[in-house]
Every structure is written in C-alpha cells, then in structure tokens.
Design a binder for this molecule. Structure first.
Ligand code: KG4
Ligand code: ZN
Length: 356
C-alpha cells in the first residue's frame, strides 16, 4: 500500500511516498532556512507563503523519484500538529484538496510521534515487532520539543520528562544567535565545536541534581535550558565579545554544546536504568548532532540497544508522516474535517507498536 505524506509544520516543505508503512520510496525536502535566516528565526506567515509555493513542485518530484502516480496512492497522511498554525493549514488544505478530488482517505498525523517513528523506517522497522526491544526509551530532541517517552509493547506511551522552558534545539539556536553565528544555530555549533575544547568553560547542567540540592521528584526527568542562555550572556560579558580570540569562541561554543548534550545523556541514561529499558531511541532534528550521536551511544549500558535515527530522517520530513499514517489507517477516523493544532496533546498510546 502506498501512502502520500505531507509535512509543513515549520520551515521545511516535505512530501514523501512510503510503501506499507516503512519502505521509503521518496522523501523530498525543500528547506526555507535561507528565507528565515535574515530574521533570526522562523516567521510563521512567511513559512506559510513558502509552503504554498513549494508544495506542487515538491509533490511532483516525490512522484518522479518514487516512479508511481497519484492513482497508485491509497491514502494521504498530513501533519496536523503540533506546529505553526499558518504553516500547518497550507499542508492540510493541500491534502484536503487532493483527497476530495480523488476520493482518498485523509489521516491527520501527530508530528511529535512521527519523529519517534522516523527511527523505525526502512529496515529498522522489524525492531518494532521484536518483543526484546521493549520497554523503549525515546529521547525526542528538536527545535520545539525535548522529551523522554517510555514506550512498552502493550502500545502504552508515557512522557516521563519534558522541558520546562526551552527545547534543546532552541537552546542551541539561541546560543548561536547570541554569538552571531547565524540561524539555525544547531548545525553551526555542531561544526565549530569539533575544533573547540568542550571542557574549557563550565556551563550549568540544570535539573541534574549536581548543585548539592536534592532534585524535586517531578523534575528528575525534566529538562531546563533557559539558564544556559543567561550563563552564556554572563560568560560573554566577563570576556567581552570584542576580546574573543578565535579559540575563545570555539571553546565557548564547544563547552556550551557539551552542556546541552551532557544533560540530554545524563537524563536519558537515568531514565533508561530506572525503567529497565531494553532500547534507547534518539530522534528529532537535534539527533543529527555528531557529538550527541556518539556520546549517547558510548554512555548507554552495554545490554541496551541503541536505535539511532538515520540523519536523513532526523529533521522534519514527510517520510515519518507517511510511515506513521499507515498505522493510523485502522485506528483513526479518516475525517476530511480534521483541523490543525499547535500544542502537543497528552500522549498515552503509540499506534505503531504491533500486537506482540
Ligand atoms: O526536528 P526539526 O527539524 O524541527 C522541529 O520539529 O523543531 O529540528 C530543528 C532543530 C533546530 O533547533 C536545529 O538547530 C537543530 O534541530 N539541529 C541541530 C543539528 N541540525 C539541526 N542541532 C544540533 N546539531 C545539528 N547538527
Ligand atoms: Zn520536528
């Protein structure tokens, strides 16, 4: 079965064709980053206009690469939240138009859950049916989310920790903005950090319990990154931005990035041990970070499987939407009236775990 996936929740227009919920035949992504960079962040109305221009050529390209036509498609899966409402509405309206004209079922897909599903596309899909993979601890790290999700083989899902302020990607993007490194900051910080000393300066590891104070029960698995920005501002003030030598900048960037990554690893390992998990999934845009990928893998207990999302499926993409849509086919109403939503709803069930 071929499903057409459409993703327009933020600043990437993506269209994908996925077979049987896991085999990615095409995954075309058109990034608007250069359009938003001048503003230092994503402008929702501009994002919506850009999606409008990009959707038709991106869709045509997706069909060309998959080498099939619209008559082969059996359902449409579209991101309907969480995300920027004006941006979501463009993808949603486009999908509704196709579904009405071609009498196809329309599936509204949750973008946050889709980021987790991205780890199970293509050949990794077989891990889902393996009872030994569970319980799974998923670390979802993107520009909008930072959360630990516990998934069990009975399809239950529980967000056991989330950020109480900024997301990890947001912390990297805002840090880069303070240091005039451009937007989005995550990839720039990743690259520059390779040439810096990550232990040169100490930035805070909030909510890790390292400050001599006991951690409140509710924050054991929660994250907080907003204090890091303030620490960076104090650090710059102390050194004075104009006195920054090249190595000062590189060491600052590497130390700042390491503070984010260290916290993500500490909390994930802590959660993995506490819930006796058999696998850890790393997913979301920040999962492209080279140090996070190697550092988390090196810290995971040897008897725990590390399921690393391929880089091509970490950032926003429609393959994860089409893939997850397949699992919504039997458990959701295929309603042409579906609406967009901006915030993450409570998650208690994961539809993609098979009956095992
Ligand atoms: O998942 P995503 O594409 O969009 C959201 O759903 O938010 O994630 C975007 C985030 C941005 O904050 C960006 O800076 C970050 O992912 N990012 C990275 C890297 N590539 C993208 N962060 C760290 N290292 C990278 N290589
Ligand atoms: Zn995303």
């Amino acid at each position: 079965m071929y499903i057409l996936g459409i993703e327009t929740s933020c600043d990437e227009t993506s269209v994908s064709i996925v077979k049987d919920g896991y085999l990615v035949l095409s995954n075309v992504i058109s990034s608007q980053i250069s359009k938003h960079a001048v503003y230092g962040g994503v402008v929702p109305e501009l994002a919506a206009r850009e999606h409008l221009t990009a959707l038709i050529p991106v869709t045509n390209q997706a069909f060309k690469e998959a080498d099939i036509s619209l008559k082969d498609i059996e359902a449409l899966a579209v991101t309907n939240g969480p995300g920027l409402i004006p941006a979501l509405l463009v993808g949603l309206s486009f999908a509704k138009g196709i579904c009405t004209e071609h009498k196809l079922p329309l599936l509204g897909v949750n973008h946050f859950i889709a980021h987790i599903y991205a780890a199970f596309l293509n050949e990794s899909n077989k891990l889902l049916a393996n009872a030994d993979s569970y319980p799974v601890m998923a670390l979802v790290v993107s520009g909008g989310h930072t959360a630990l999700v516990l998934i069990d083989k009975d399809k239950t899902a529980k967000i056991i920790g989330t950020t109480i302020d900024d997301a990890a990607g947001e912390a990297l993007d805002k840090g880069a903005k303070i240091l005039n490194l451009g937007y989005p900051g995550g990839p720039v910080i990743d690259k520059l950090s390779e040439s810096g000393n990550r232990n040169a300066y100490h930035f805070p590891r909030s909510l890790t319990g390292g400050a001599g104070k006991p951690l409140a029960e509710e924050n054991i698995f929660n994250f907080s990154f907003s204090g890091l920005k303030t620490a960076l501002l104090y650090h710059i003030d102390k050194i004075k931005l104009e006195n920054f030598k090249e190595h000062t900048l590189l060491d600052t960037v590497a130390s700042y990035q390491y503070a984010v990554i260290d916290v993500l690893c500490i909390k994930t390992i802590r959660a993995c041990r506490k819930f006796k998990c058999s696998s850890v999934v790393l997913c979301g845009g920040v999962a492209q970070n080279s140090l996070l990928r190697t550092e988390l893998e090196s810290r995971i207990p040897k008897n725990v499987k590390f399921i690393l999302t391929p880089k091509e499926f970490c950032g926003d993409n429609a393959a994860m939407i089409a893939g997850l849509g397949f699992h919504y086919l039997n458990c959701k109403e295929k309603d042409i009236e579906i609406d967009a939503f901006s915030r993450l709803p409570e998650i208690t069930q994961i539809p993609f775990v098979p009956d095992i």
